[in-house]
Design a protein around this ligand. Structure first.
Ligand code: MSP
Length: 519
C-alpha cells in the first residue's frame, strides 16, 4: 500500500515562519504514522520560486530572482531537520527537470484542446499572483487577503478552459464527498464551483522568470500552473534513474491552508482532467494560526487576532521556540492548541502553559515516576504480571481509533484520544498508590500488576505519540528497554515483560531549569 502526502510549496519571497512549519509538521505526522503502519510512503515539500511576487521581491532587494530563490530556498530546506520533518524530497520549481515535466503536461493540455489565446483584462493582486473575480474584491478595490490595492492588468495571453470542467467537477464533488476535507471546506469549494466557473489565464507575456510556454516561448506559465504541477513532476525525478509516478501517483493527501483552497480544489482537479491524469484522493484544508497583534500603538489592552504572515509582522519565530523548548514541544503545541482544520490563536503564554502542564507534568512526570518506581521497587526489571483490566479496557480501541482519525487527517482529535490515556495512566497511579503497595509484602503481586500495567500503558501511548514527538518518544522507549515504534507495537501486551529499564533525565525540563542538549 502506498501513501503520498504533500505540503504546499512555499514562496521564496519570504522566510520560513511558524505557519509554514505548521503545515509541514502536520504532513510529517501523517507520513510518520503511515510508515509505522508499514506502508510505502513518499512525503514531499519544497519551494515555489517562479512568478511575479518573487520577481518583484528580488527587484526590491536589488538581486536577481535566482539569487533570492537560492537564498530563501536554502532557509526552507534548513527548516526541515530543525522541526524534525522527514520529507523524502525537497522540490524547487526552478529545478530544470520540473520545468521540462511542466512543459510536457501543459503541452498535453494544449494538444487536448483546452487552451486558447485572448486578451485578458482584470483586477490583479501581485502578492496572490491572481486575477480577482468580482466577488473577491474587497472595499476600495483591494485584495481581501493582503489588503493592498489591486492593479488593472491587460495583456494578450493564453487561457485554460476551466469553464468546460464545470460539469465534470460537479460530478467529482457529487461522487466523492471526501475529495476535500473537512466538510466545511468541501462545501466552500463545491459552492464556488456551482456559482459558475470562468476560464483562467495560464500564461504571462510580460514576465521572464518562469517556465516557458512550449508553443509560445515568449510567454511563461502563470505561476500557479507551474506550482501545482510540482506534486506530479517531483515523482518523475526525485530518485535519479527511477520514475516514482507509477508507485505514488495519484497523491493520497495534499495538505494545504485555506488561503489556497480554490487552486487545489478547483483548478488542480480540472488541470489533471485536462491532462488525462488521475486525481488525488484527498485535499485536506487546515485553518490559520492566528496571533494577537501588539497593541501598544493603538492604546488598546489587547490587539486584534490576525493571521500570522510576514507582511503583518506578527510572526512567532519557530527557530526561537525550538531553541528554547525543542522541536517536539513545538510539534505538540501546534496540533494541541488549534484543532487541525480550524483557525485558532497561538501565543507564547499558551505555549508555556501547555508545555508545563501537559508535556512536563502529564507525560514527562508519568514517565519519570514510572521508571523510578520500577527501579526502586523491582530493581529496574519490569515485573511479569497480568495487566490490570481496569486499564486495559480503556485502551482497547485506542490504536484503531487513532488510525481511523489519522486516515482523515484529524491530527488534533487523534492526539486528544492519546492524551486521554496519558491522563488515565496518571489517575491509575493515584488510584493504586504503588508507594503504599510497596510497604506491604502481602501486596507484592498487586504492585507487580500496577507496575507492569503502567509500563505497558506508557509504552503504548509513547508508540502512538511517536509521529508527534519523534525525539522524546525515542528517548523514552530506549529507557523502557523496548524500542519498537511500529503500529503493531501500539497494543497493550505487545511489549512483553522482563525488560530492563534505565534512568531518564526529564523529557521536558521545567521552564527556567538549565537547558539541556536535545538530540
Ligand atoms: N506558493 C504557494 C503555494 C503553492 S502550492 C502548489 C503559497 N505559498 S506560501 O508560502 O504563501 O504558503 C502558503 C501556505 O503556508 C498556506 O497554505 C499554509 O499551508 C501555510 N501558512 C502560511 N501562513 C499560515 C498561518 N498563519 N497559519 C496556517 N498556515 C499558514 O501559497
Amino acid at each position: 500500500m502506498s501513501f503520498y502526502v504533500t505540503t504546499p510549496i512555499y514562496y521564496v519571497n519570504a522566510q520560513p515562519h511558524l505557519g509554514h512549519a505548521y503545515t509541514t509538521i502536520g504532513a510529517d505526522i501523517l507520513a510518520r504514522h503511515h510508515r509505522q503502519r508499514g506502508e510505502d510512503v513518499f512525503f514531499l515539500t519544497g519551494t515555489d520560486e517562479h512568478g511575479e511576487p518573487v520577481a518583484r521581491a528580488a527587484e526590491a532587494e536589488g538581486v536577481t530572482p535566482r539569487e533570492l530563490a537560492d537564498r530563501n530556498a536554502a532557509r526552507f530546506r534548513a527548516l526541515m531537520p530543525q522541526i524534525d520533518v522527514t520529507n523524502d524530497f525537497f522540490i524547487r520549481t526552478s529545478d530544470p527537470e520540473h520545468g521540462r515535466l511542466v512543459q510536457e503536461v501543459m503541452q498535453r493540455i494544449h494538444d487536448n484542446g483546452h487552451t486558447y489565446k485572448a486578451l485578458y483584462e482584470g483586477w490583479y493582486c501581485p502578492k496572490c499572483a491572481d486575477f480577482k473575480t468580482e466577488a473577491e474584491i474587497a472595499a476600495g478595490n483591494t485584495c481581501p487577503i493582503h489588503g493592498i490595492p489591486l492593479e488593472w492588468e491587460s495583456e494578450e495571453n493564453w487561457f485554460f478552459r476551466l469553464s468546460t470542467f464545470q460539469e465534470p467537477l460537479e460530478r467529482l464533488y457529487a461522487e466523492r464527498p471526501d475529495f476535500v476535507m473537512p466538510e466545511t471546506r468541501f462545501n466552500e469549494a463545491h459552492s464556488f464551483i456551482r456559482s459558475g466557473l470562468q476560464d483562467v489565464s495560464l500564461s504571462r507575456a510580460k514576465l521572464s522568470w518562469g517556465v516557458p510556454v512550449p508553443w509560445e516561448p515568449e510567454h511563461v506559465f502563470y505561476v500557479w500552473f507551474d506550482a501545482l504541477l510540482n506534486y506530479y513532476t517531483a515523482l518523475g525525478y526525485a530518485r535519479p534513474g527511477e520514475d516514482l509516478r507509477d508507485r505514488f501517483w495519484p497523491a493520497t493527501f495534499h495538505i494545504i491552508g485555506k488561503d489556497i483552497l480554490k487552486f487545489h480544489t478547483v483548478f488542480w482537479p480540472a488541470m489533471l482532467m485536462a491532462a488525462d491524469l488521475p486525481l488525488p484522493e484527498h485535499v485536506f484544508v487546515h485553518g490559520y494560526l492566528l496571533m494577537r497583534e501588539r497593541a501598544e500603538s493603538d492604546g488598546q489592552p489587547e490587539g486584534e487576532l490576525r493571521k500570522m504572515s510576514k507582511s503583518l509582522g506578527n510572526v512567532l519565530d519557530p527557530f526561537e521556540i525550538i531553541e528554547n523548548f525543542g522541536a517536539d514541544a513545538l510539534r505538540y503545541y501546534c496540533f494541541r492548541e488549534v484543532s487541525f482544520g480550524q483557525d485558532g490563536a497561538v501565543s507564547v503564554d499558551g505555549f508555556a502553559a501547555r508545555y508545563e502542564t501537559e508535556l512536563a507534568n502529564d507525560y514527562g512526570n508519568l514517565a519519570s515516576r514510572t521508571l523510578a518506581m520500577v527501579e526502586r521497587y523491582r530493581g529496574g526489571v519490569v515485573p511479569e504480571a497480568e495487566l490490570d483490566p481496569e486499564v486495559t479496557k480503556d485502551f482497547d480501541d485506542l490504536a484503531a481509533d487513532v488510525a481511523s482519525l489519522l486516515d482523515r487527517a484529524e491530527l488534533t482529535q487523534a492526539l486528544e484520544r492519546i492524551w486521554q490515556r496519558v491522563r488515565r495512566l496518571n489517575r491509575y497511579v493515584e488510584e493504586r498508590a504503588p508507594w503504599q503497595q510497596a510497604k506491604d509484602e502481602a501486596q507484592a503481586g498487586d504492585l507487580d500488576r500496577t507496575l507492569a500495567t503502567l509500563v505497558e500503558g506508557l509504552r503504548v501511548v509513547t508508540v502512538l505519540l511517536h509521529p508527534y514527538l519523534p525525539a522524546s518518544t525515542t528517548t523514552l522507549l530506549a529507557a523502557l528497554g523496548q524500542e519498537r515504534t511500529d503500529y503493531e507495537a501500539a497494543r497493550l501486551g505487545a511489549g512483553g515483560s522482563g525488560a530492563r529499564v534505565s534512568a531518564l533525565a526529564p523529557l521536558f525540563p521545567k521552564l527556567g531549569a538549565p537547558t539541556r542538549t536535545r538530540g
